[in-house]
Design a protein around this ligand. Structure first.
Ligand SMILES: Cc1cc2nc3c(=O)[nH]c(=O)nc-3n(C[C@H](O)[C@H](O)[C@H](O)COP(=O)(O)OP(=O)(O)OC[C@H]3O[C@@H](n4cnc5c(N)ncnc54)[C@H](O)[C@@H]3O)c2cc1C
Length: 394
């Protein structure tokens, strides 16, 4: 494995010890099974349970809710090490960093006590269901409805592209309590997969991350108690998502830098072995210059995400800064895997080569969690707001 290009002062000995344990876990419990999971389109529940035992799920959950009460850097370590080796099947990151924080930050005590301990152990697997066939970037237009009925809500609608969709036990679902385009009537609900009227659609076929069970979900008159609403009152969903998406985008940015490092590492192994025109591939100036560019990109990305992790730890990470990081690192990862694959020649296009998988998997980073265009909209809105210019986009 490549040495880190920059001094990572953020990480203590305790973090480094945890990193070594995570690397070992991935080598023994993830990588030997990953091809099989790719074939099956889903990972096993067993790996979730084992990851829970290893402290890799929801490390930041407080001790009183069954967690380790660790800082976000422990989360970052899991994201980095899974990303570096292309372990895209187990949706630990979605569960721990993109979904569970809605319960730990906005849930009531009952929700926290009943769900968080199970998220930490892997007994309950979680997903976040925002996107719909007609509403991805424009979340305000979601159609899934939550209609009050006595002390219950009745949920109707459809979600698409939901990570952990087949294996998930419970989902945080965005729904509207009134039919309109405004974000004011959006709320988040905890919906268990055992509820009558809930069903899972296709495990969608993707160009990469084949072991990740990205799925359709359907809600047909699903009755849930009002205590499953997240937050003190209806209509908080959009605000909660905007808050949560900053952490989600930082998590994606951390993953992108680690994936780029993995691609470079992999390519450095290859160029030392491969011979063309009687020379090693590493002897060609083109190879050297291309990889120098890749290395420089990674150093810039590493400095950026480490700085933003610091901001997150001190509660200073802004939505627009997280958007900039997601935009830049996902585009950087795209450049990196393209350059690296080219260096492999035809072998880089073969599925059994990790660089081929890395190439396919990198593509989604510019789309999921908000596309690059959505990131640009967030950035420019914030910039123009500071200048007093209206940046409503169509
Ligand atoms: C593998 C995978 C996993 C996913 N996991 C989840 C999940 O777990 N939960 C979940 O809720 N969602 C998930 N998603 C959905 C993802 O968040 C959406 O795909 C994404 O937000 C884009 O929405 P869309 O696909 O509907 O594209 P659209 O919104 O239809 O966008 C179409 C195009 O318009 C562009 N666009 C957007 N805004 C503008 C603008 N202002 N100006 C110009 N162009 C614009 C977009 O960038 C894109 O190029 C996942 C997606 C994938 C592919």
């Amino acid at each position: 494995m490549l040495k880190d290009p920059v001094q990572r002062d953020l990480f203590s000995d305790e973090h480094n010890l945890f990193r070594a344990q995570v690397i070992k876990f991935i080598e023994t419990e993830v990588l030997p099974y990953h091809n099989d999971w790719d074939e099956k389109g889903v990972v096993t529940r067993e790996v979730w349970k084992k990851a829970g035992e290893a402290g890799m799920l929801c490390p930041t959950v407080l001790e009183k809710y069954g967690g380790a009460g660790a800082d976000f850097l422990f989360s970052a370590i899991v994201i980095e090490e899974m990303g570096r080796v292309g372990a895209s099947g187990p949706g630990f990151n979605i569960h721990s960093e993109m979904a569970a924080p809605y319960v730990s930050e906005f849930g009531n005590e009952e929700q926290k006590h009943s769900w968080l301990p199970k998220f930490v152990t892997g007994e309950a697997i979680l997903g976040i269901a925002m996107s719909e066939p007609e509403a991805g970037s424009d979340l305000k237009r979601i159609q899934t409805s939550a209609t009050k009925n006595g002390n219950d809500y009745i949920i109707n609608g459809q979600k698409v592209f939901i990570s952990n969709g087949q294996i998930g036990d419970v989902f945080i679902v965005a729904a509207k309590t009134q039919k309109d385009v405004s974000s004011k009537n959006m709320s988040l609900f905890l919906i268990e997969g055992t509820r009558e009227g809930f069903s899972r659609g296709q495990n969608l076929k993707k160009i990469g991350a084949k072991a990740q069970d990205t799925s359709e979900l359907f809600f047909d008159n699903v009755r849930i108690p009002e205590k499953n609403l997240i937050g003190p009152s209806e209509g908080q969903g959009f605000k909660q998502l905007m808050h949560g998406l900053a952490r989600e985008r930082l998590a994606i940015a951390i993953g992108c830098v680690a994936k780029a490092e993995g691609a470079l590492d992999n390519t450095l192994d290859y160029i030392r072995e491969r011979e063309i025109f009687g020379k090693k591939l590493s002897d060609f100036q083109n190879t050297q210059f291309k990889l120098a560019e890749v290395r420089s990109d990674i150093i810039v990305g590493r400095c950026l995400v480490d700085q933003l992790m610091s901001q997150y730890l001190s509660n200073h990470l802004h939505l627009d800064t997280a958007a900039s990081a997601k935009l830049w690192t996902s585009e950087m990862l795209g450049r990196t895997v393209d350059t690296c694959l080219q260096i492999f020649g035809g072998w880089g296009y073969m599925w059994e080569y990790p660089i081929a998988k890395a190439y396919a998997e990198a593509r989604v980073e510019r789309i999921a969690g908000g596309s690059s265009e959505v990131m640009k909209s967030i950035i420019i809105k914030s910039l123009f707001k500071d200048l007093g210019i209206n940046a409503e986009f169509n």
